[in-house]
Design a protein around this ligand. Structure first.
Ligand SMILES: Cc1ncc(COP(=O)(O)O)c(C=O)c1O
Length: 399
């Protein structure tokens, strides 16, 4: 019958669906009528193949303990091979209810309390949360914003931080949220060689791997056999197919010892089952979701271009950081002259926009805002207009 859910202009009411983005503004201290463009899920329906598979599965009426089988693995392995050139083996795979859960398990498995864990801020804030809340220390090799409006890695600082802090674990984010960088093979090789030299394990969070607009995604573990043996690769259908709520992710750990330690932590956390809806959705996604995905990717690329053009034309003092991947756009407001407090106040209470404030991604994110552009164009237009009218053009006497 073909794919049905490809009208990405359609505004779908998500209210009343227990939706974090639309149903919990007041509980989270925001105005009730705020327009949310923060948490990273999409305001689009997933592929109709996935929708149909879930409807069919739910009609069965029994939702007992479940496990994925050969069909699931074959669909997943084929996706990884076709789209990322990564040959995976079944014994490498550990499924978890989410990537953040897997990051927490890796921190516990590969470090001791008090150890330093390296990340590259500004970066997805749960990285520091899982490090801190497990009693480890965050060390950041901050990305450097260049004249070209792209972020770059300071490799000397990367190595120095590892040596000075006796770092055992590096959590890599590639494609990088929120900077939008898709690291090149050369950059990853420089990072990987430093990690090899100093015995650092690499947790590569590649959850955004399918959203690449410029260049191509390189699976860190696929670059060299030696990298495969010191790394774990975190993937999930959740970003690619808008399935965050079905709680399934695929973690590949080729090295037996690393896998054993990780498994031990997962067992210790008491997780041994998957949701039948997660299995059904992921299977349908990897088998039949590609056409939908290609179209959503194209639509999102259009949204990013729109944000860029609008900003250049109307938002004086604001810069869009070049977006090579992810559906998260990183805006630099530092040229507006607004204080952090005033910027937040205008965004939240005047423009009534719920964005992710740059500061939560680490000190290096102060003065920035992250916008999730995986929404109908009309919502993105409304967001940009509100920024123009209520954040940049407000003339009022502040008491
Ligand atoms: C880099 C990164 N990792 C992990 C996640 C979330 O993963 P999960 O929902 O599977 O825990 C996100 C969501 O935004 C993300 O951007």
């Amino acid at each position: 019958m073909g794919e049905r859910n490809i009208n990405f202009d359609e505004i779908i009411d998500r209210k009343g669906t227990d939706c974090i983005k639309y149903d919990f503004a007041v509980q989270r201290g925001r105005p009730a009528d705020i327009l949310p463009l923060w948490v990273a899920d999409m305001d689009f329906k997933t592929s109709s193949y996935i929708e149909d598979a879930l409807v069919e599965r739910s009609r069965h009426g029994i939702f007992g303990y479940s496990e994925s089988g050969e069909r699931y693995f074959n669909a997943l392995a084929s996706w990884m091979r076709r789209r990322h050139g990564f040959e995976v083996r079944e014994e490498w795979l550990i499924k978890t209810p989410g990537v953040v859960f897997a990051l927490a398990m890796a921190v516990k498995a590969y470090t001791e309390i008090g150890d330093a864990v390296l990340i590259q801020q500004p970066v997805y804030y749960p990285f520091s949360e899982v490090i801190n809340s497990n009693g480890r220390r965050v060390v950041s090799n901050d990305l450097i914003l260049g004249e070209d409006d792209r972020y770059h890695i300071d490799f000397d600082d990367f190595q120095r931080k590892i040596v000075e802090n006796d770092v055992k674990l590096f959590i890599l984010c590639n494609p990088h949220n929120p900077s939008g960088r898709v690291f090149s093979r050369e950059e990853l090789t420089r990072l990987g060689d430093i990690c090899l030299e100093h015995g650092v394990i690499v947790v590569s969070d590649e959850i955004h791997h399918d959203f690449v607009f410029k260049g191509e995604h390189t699976v860190f573990a696929s670059i060299k056999d030696e990298y495969r043996d010191i790394s774990i690769t975190c993937t999930s259908p959740s970003k690619t197919f808008n399935l965050a709520g079905v709680l399934i992710s695929n973690i590949f750990i080729p090295d037996k010892e690393l896998r054993k330690k990780f498994r031990h932590e997962v067992d210790g956390a008491g997780i041994s089952q998957l949701s039948p809806f997660g299995i059904t959705a992921a299977c349908a996604a990897y088998e039949n979701g590609e056409q939908w995905f290609e179209q959503v990717l194209n639509y999102i690329e259009g949204n990013i271009s729109f944000v860029k053009e609008y900003t250049q034309k109307y938002l004086e003092g604001v810069k869009v950081i070049e977006s090579e991947g992810t559906y998260l756009v990183w805006l630099d407001f530092r040229g507006t002259g607004l204080s952090a407090y005033e910027l937040e106040r205008r965004i939240t209470y005047k423009a009534k926009l719920w964005l992710d404030s740059g500061a939560i991604f680490g000190k290096a994110g102060e003065g920035f805002q992250r916008i999730n552009v995986a929404a109908p164009r009309a919502i993105i237009e409304e967001c940009m207009e509100r920024i123009k009218k209520h954040v940049l053009q407000v003339e009022e006497i502040l008491l």
